[in-house]
Write a protein that binds this ligand. Structure first.
Ligand code: NAP
Length: 319
């Protein structure tokens, strides 16, 4: 039986990835910064908590990482743990940089120390590209990060590339564009929108306050993005891949569809709040996921309109 270690298993992607790997017959161990305190509600929601070995591990603490990898001896490590909010990274830049850049470096060093046989997936981000303009970003597009989060993810990306080149590690970065699901917390704008639309439809008198709704993004469906992570580690060669749907929409389109799903006109319920604008933001994100299709056989089935509908349906069904 193959063994996988998922760092950051309590998050959205961690839960879906754990579910996928269990279905594939893996033994799964997952880490949280404090496994005694974490509720692991996403694992409970998917009904898989009992099938996973849960451990505490702090990525910024070398000893902690060494201890867990030595104890569990995984074949594959998926590093999803991070301060993952772009907005919060402007308020917590040091924590963001350390959790992502030092955390990734510790994992690479421990894997190297233990003989270099463990395969590593590192959660990269499309935020590294900054504004892509009309250009669809692919694996060759230069990084122009516009937030502390993106700077940290760009650092981790080059750490992975360097250890692959210098020490021959099987390490891959997935440069994932935004992906959503019912497990997305409300501090992310997509779930904030869907949550508000559903509450207003159920009679809540609240208004939804948003920042810049003209920003354009590529939004996909998280359960299928974790399949791309798995496929990267099954390939014969380690490499980096852009993962996205290839379709870009304005945040305003997302809002309109979310309210339409519950039978409302968004313009009657949404107000723009200048205080929610970020110090620097990405106006436009466009992706070319062609390499993932040709080399991994991976392609997104669900595009933004379906993603919004599935989130709204899940919310209304209470699932
Ligand atoms: P998530 O739901 O926020 O989960 C990340 C996990 O990391 C959390 O459950 C948390 O686990 C741990 N964590 C939080 N703050 C941390 C910190 N300061 N230091 C160390 N660990 C911390 O994120 P996700 O949406 O599943 O995303 C998974 C990974 O992909 C992240 O690295 C994210 O940056 C990246 N990514 C996500 C997207 C997206 O659209 N979802 C796109 C591109 C890249 P504990 O509290 O249990 O420790």
């Amino acid at each position: 039986m193959k063994k996988a270690l998922i760092c950051g298993i309590s998050g959205q992607d961690g839960a879906y990835l754990a579910s996928l790997l269990l279905r594939k017959g893996y033994g799964v161990c997952g880490t949280s910064r404090d496994a005694q305190m974490s509720s692991f509600r996403n694992l409970l929601r998917l009904g898989i908590q009992d099938q996973i070995k849960l451990e505490s591990m702090i990525l910024t603490d070398f000893r902690s990482v060494l201890q867990i990898l030595t104890k569990f001896q995984p074949d594959e490590v998926y590093n999803l743990a991070a301060q993952s909010s772009v907005g919060l990274s402007f308020d917590q830049p040091v924590e963001t940089l350390e959790s992502i850049a030092t955390g990734t470096l510790n994992l690479l060093e421990v894997i190297r120390f233990l003989g270099g046989k463990i395969r590593l997936y590192s959660a990269g981000s499309s935020e590294c590209f900054g504004n892509t303009g009309e250009l669809a970003a692919d694996e060759e597009t230069p990084f122009r990060p516009r937030s502390p989060y993106a700077v940290a993810k760009a650092t981790a990306f080059w750490e992975v590339a360097n250890y692959r080149e210098a020490y021959g590690l099987f390490a891959c970065s997935g440069i994932l564009f935004n992906h959503e699901s019912p497990l997305r917390p409300e501090r992310f704008v997509t779930q904030k929108i869907v949550g508000a639309a559903c509450r207003i439809a159920a009679g809540s008198p609240e208004k939804l306050y948003l920042g810049n709704i003209s920003v354009q993004r590529d939004w996909g469906w998280a359960p299928e993005y974790v399949e791309a992570m798995y496929l990267m580690l099954q390939h014969q060669e380690p490499d980096d891949y852009v993962i996205a749907t290839g379709e870009t929409y304005a945040l305003g389109d997302f809002v309109a569809i979310a309210f339409d799903c519950v039978g409302l006109n968004w313009q009657e319920h949404v107000e723009i709040d200048q205080s929610l604008l970020r110090p620097t933001d990405i106006a436009f994100g466009r992706a070319n996921p062609g390499k993932a299709k040709s080399k991994l056989g991976w392609e997104a089935q669900y595009k933004m309109p379906q993603v919004v509908r599935m989130m709204a349906n899940a919310r209304q069904a209470g699932t």
